[in-house]
Write a protein that binds this ligand. Sequence first.
Ligand code: B1M
Length: 215
Amino acid sequence: MILEEIAQKVRSGKVKDTKALVQQAIDEGISAQEILEQGLVAGMNVIGELFKNNEVFVPEVLIAARAMNQGAQLLKPLLLEEGVQASGKVCIGTVQGDLHDIGKNLVKMMLEGKGLEVIDLGTDVAPETFVETAKAEDCQIIACSALLTTTMGGMVDVVKAAEEAGIREKVKIMVGGAPITEEFCRRIGADAYTPDAASAANKAMELCRANGEGD
Ligand code: B1M
């Protein structure tokens, strides 16, 4: 019930109410994961449908996004696993031409929750920036997010740029975002597709462990 209320407050962009309800849900012992997925993300999905049908417009979407982000901030410490040492390094960003960052920020939060060190490149990230950062910072993983069918092709360029820079053997490339599929991931030669932030974090841990064993 409270999760539905959180979704409703996100949908209507009520920052204060969203935060108060998220705190109440935490106090009631509901897991951070459930609050995130069944409350905050569910609310954002409703606004997404309305946006698609031209029933709400950019300002409403941005206000809802702010409510969701503020609510998610309260969950951040709970998503952090206690005492975990950084066990790998990831650079993450939204691909070139794409300004959507809510999902990318959630993935970042979940990766950090697993104790991974995350370099956030932001949005509209050029393929070379992903690759140069991975090289300079010795990242095991490049994580690319895309929300638009018109920008998802940017992931192909990231794979190519990694090959051209000679780091493809050393770095794993993870892809995700609403239009991305397992089939697309395979077709472009990326290493892993995951549908949501939690599974992205689990997969990243798996890839870092496998990489460590290979040393
Ligand atoms: Co945009 N937008 N938008 N938008 N927007 C979509 C994506 C759209 C589906 C809406 C629609 O028409 N139905 C549509 C894309 C259509 C398409 O390409 N097929 C669209 C469009 C068209 C546009 C514009 C072109 C609109 C315009 O100007 N005419 C424009 C493009 C701007 C640009 O990027 N160049 C635009 C602009 C915007 C806003 C600025 C208003 C705002 C973004 C604000 C921001 O991000 N700071 C916005 C928003 C908010 C949306 C919707 C409503 C919500 C996206 C979102 O944040 N969802 C979206 C509709 C929808 O998705 N239903 C829409 C919540 C978030 C938690 O989910 O990002 O999917 P998501 O992340 C998920 C998973 O995908 C996954 O984990 C997260 C959850 O656990 N995930 C990964 C994400 N990245 C991952 C990476 C991984 C693994 C998993 O591994 C690395």
